[in-house]
Design a protein around this ligand. Structure first.
Ligand SMILES: [Zn+2]
Length: 260
């Protein structure tokens, strides 16, 4: 049996048998890995702490025929303060679920790994949690190959000059009002078109800047509530359209962020 060393973040943990866990790890050089952590549910077990959600560690792993098995681990950052705070915990669970759902198994992606790690550090260090999540969502889906068109109208290619414009994941991104009115009913009627929303052009401008922003620069940014709400809606319908699945973590997260 061969042994390998890798640094990784815990995305998910499932109970196995009486005392074991199956851990989904995101490794910097091996991508998504599933591995058994034997005895990890026993309080004094040496794997118990490092197999907690979001924990970032160096792992020594046995390569198995069907499933790998964790041999040793050395914690680099436990992210304990995230797990002790309900809001931070729910946002981070959502981020981990998003990564787990989009990422294929066994494909290295250093840029995504770095983004996920920086996002957890930003949440840990009390950066604006909502804006941090928006930056993560947008940069992550773009890295996964789903880049919304924020530059011009996704149908006619014209400049977006109006104060209010539209956004449709099905069309690929932003739309001008002329094109929306040309879409035959019922799709032309935005109020009954699933997935097409009316938003301010200013929201698209902020999203464009978020594509390139570094998370550490978020401290300086203050945005009006309506823009933040539209960014949240825009990214939600875009991600849901491409994922085509409801995320489990969203129902609880939506409850605590109802007023945002
Ligand atoms: Zn158009």
């Amino acid at each position: 049996m061969s042994l390998y060393k890798t640094e990784a973040i815990v995305l998910k943990s499932n109970n196995l048998g009486e005392a074991d866990k199956i851990i989904t790890l995101f490794s910097s050089d091996r991508g998504k890995i599933r591995a058994v952590a034997r005895g990890a549910r026993r309080p004094r077990n040496r794997l118990a702490a490092a197999t907690q959600p979001f924990c970032y560690s160096d792992f020594l792993i046995f390569e198995g025929k069907n499933l790998d098995s964790i041999s040793q681990c050395q914690i680099k950052e436990s992210f304990l303060k995230i797990r002790e705070d309900l809001e931070k915990m729910l946002y981070s669970t959502y981020i981990a679920e998003l990564v787990n759902e989009f990422l294929p198994e066994g494909e290295e992606d250093k840029a995504v790994f770095s983004l996920v790690l920086k996002t957890f550090y930003s949440i840990l260090n009390n950066l604006d949690i909502e804006l941090t999540t928006r930056v993560f969502e947008l940069q992550f889906v773009a890295m996964m190959g789903y880049m919304p068109n924020l530059e011009n109208c996704s149908i006619c290619g014209g400049k977006l000059t109006e104060f209010m414009i539209y956004f449709s994941p099905e069309a690929g991104g932003a739309l001008c009002s002329k094109c929306v009115s040309k879409i035959p009913a019922p799709y032309g009627d935005v109020s009954i078109t699933p997935g097409c929303i009316k938003i301010k052009k200013a929201t698209i401008e902020v999203l464009k800047s978020f594509l390139r922003i570094s998370l550490t620069n978020l401290r300086a940014i203050k945005l009006p509530k309506d823009i933040k709400k539209e960014m949240k809606q825009t990214l939600r319908i875009f991600i849901d359209y491409h994922l085509n699945k409801k995320l489990k973590s969203l129902s609880l997260l939506n409850k605590i962020t109802l007023n945002n």
